[in-house]
Design a protein around this ligand. Sequence first.
Ligand code: PHB
Length: 441
Amino acid sequence: MWDVLKVRALVREEGLKQSMRVFNWKELKILHGTGEYLMFDNRNKRNLTRRKALSLLGVGAGSIAVQAAFPTRFAIGGDAKIKIGTLLPYSGTYTWLGESITNSFEQALSSHGGKLGGRNFELIKVDSEAKPPKAAGLTNKLIDQEKVDFIVGPVHSGVAMAMTKIAREENMMTVIPNAGANQVTGPLCSPNVFRTSFSNWQPGHPMGKVLLEEGKNTAVLCYWSYGAGKQSAEGFKDSFVQGGGKVLKEIGIPFPKVEFQAALTEIAAIKPDAVYVFFAGAGAVKFVKDWAAAGLKDKIELVGPGFLTEGVTQAQGDAAEGIRTTLHYADTLDNAANRKFRAAYKRAFGKEADVYGVQGFDAGQLIRAGVDSVRGDVSAQYDMIAAMERAVIDSPRGKWVFSPAHNPVQNFYLREVRGGVNEVVRIAMENLADPARGCRA
Ligand code: PHB
């Protein structure tokens, strides 16, 4: 049967990118299985019938030419490896995060005899360096040169923006195991793009509520002033300011700079009830240590999304003790999947697992659910996506499902660092979904 997804690939092969790139998924959903499809020419804002589409592509109305160009999986054979490109930071401030994701992603894939849908797979690892200007080139390289079947990445929201725009246009199956850019599951939402982590709005949102419940009504916000930090602050304000709290000052620090002295001096003078910060990786280590060294630790409450203390408590030492954060994971979550995951991680890598690993692990579980459902035939994209949308991920964070925009609906926990461990205090918000503003899924 003629398959619109194959035509999409033909569009790519033939370089007919300008005339037809993005199709309206709703139309496809409605008509899928009837043998006829309507496609939407996004650029010219008009529907294309199958015949018109084929004539635009320069092939006859018959399906022979299309089928000849696209051998079925039986012709491909079971030997061809599924190719997965990881676009993650393996150098720079976010190195720890990229490595943690990769470790757990590989662990998830290597279960079940190391096969996906009965096929072998290979990873092509690309260092994003967490540098947005490099993202488009690296994404294109994975698609055009490496011809990957999936992209898994990135960590940094700016990299995610550039990558997702291309993934959308090229209809590239993509799983985001960290970057929280709200747009990815907002205005840029797309059938082929899934996220197994969070939107930037999510982890900050419960913290505003927690502070207000404790009678803490004034806050200073301090964050890396790129997409993730700004959107995290917005998520916090959506509950804190809406509930009557007052933000006395917002201090932005350019990413990935770690010169915090001027900000700390200003905060000490303002004396708010709490300081909400967004820093992660090496930047989080430095901020928490500087905070303690400046003598602020017992004077003002330091809070944030849990990235502040994820994977870094050993390096932060005593300075991290007692810090409370909100996140969709905590080391001590008491469920079977978490116990198994943490023990396996420690055995394999000789260190404690963290939220980044959890997100990578779930990216692996998600890809397995999709590829297994089509028994390795990744060209059956419609069915694969449908299976991924239906997946209930048995995660170390607890079971979760996707929102219609392909972002996790999940619990957010209030945690506290005790003895270097991010312990659960309580659920701060249950089954919290991102508002997905602007997504027309
Ligand atoms: C992001 O850029 O989206 C980002 C980076 C690191 C984190 C969380 C979010 O820990």
